[in-house]
Ligand binder design. Structure first.
Ligand SMILES: [Zn+2]
Length: 178
């Protein structure tokens, strides 16, 4: 399969293992062109059921349409987005169901996006959770601050639920001072 970073048409499997629940095979791959690593998950197909009742196969690129908009003008790279989409897919699949509702996919975006960029997170959440007042933003920002204090913002601390194959330091998150 092709590399999600540089689109090179080939990749090399470095490691394969069955996931803990036995529902999928996870392969760690490396791109021979750009040298970056990524993970693929081979499992039964995953269907997303939309509010209208229509269903469609889960698609990372569809996930990224909304996220990309929220990230406009933010220091977020395509690599960051590719990793985020991977985390969203893993998170949705880890629920162990062959069918998920579209809003669950949106929910799965929130956590990794918050870790990636707080401003993009607020933008995404404001659309996704239909914020309709300043108070909604205030509440979300208060939660963000609380989280920040709780985690202590330690640089280099391992992220909870970091995806298999995530490369520490692969994304410059930009300055966080302010
Ligand atoms: Zn590549």
């Amino acid at each position: 399969m092709h590399c999600p970073f540089c689109r090179h048409t080939d990749s090399r499997v470095m490691d394969s293992r069955v996931t803990e629940d036995g529902a999928a095979i996870r392969r760690r791959r490396q791109c021979p062109q750009c040298g970056r690593r990524f993970t693929t998950l081979e499992s039964a197909s995953l269907t997303v059921v939309k509010r209208s009742g229509a269903s469609e196969p889960f698609s990372r690129s569809k996930v990224l349409i909304g996220v990309r908009k929220a990230c406009q003008g933010r220091p977020v790279t395509e690599d960051d987005l590719a990793l985020l989409a991977q985390r969203v897919e893993e998170s949705v699949r880890s629920q162990g169901s062959a069918e998920v509702e579209a809003h669950e996919v949106g929910l799965a975006v929130l956590e990794p996006l918050r870790e990636l960029d707080e401003v993009a997170y607020l933008r995404f959440a404001s659309v996704y959770q239909a914020f309709d007042s300043l108070e909604d933003f205030e509440t979300a920002i208060t939660l963000l601050r609380a989280e920040r204090e709780a985690t202590g913002e330690e640089p280099g601390a391992p992220m909870a639920g970091a995806p298999f194959g995530a490369q520490p330091g692969s994304g410059d998150r930009g300055a966080t001072s302010g």
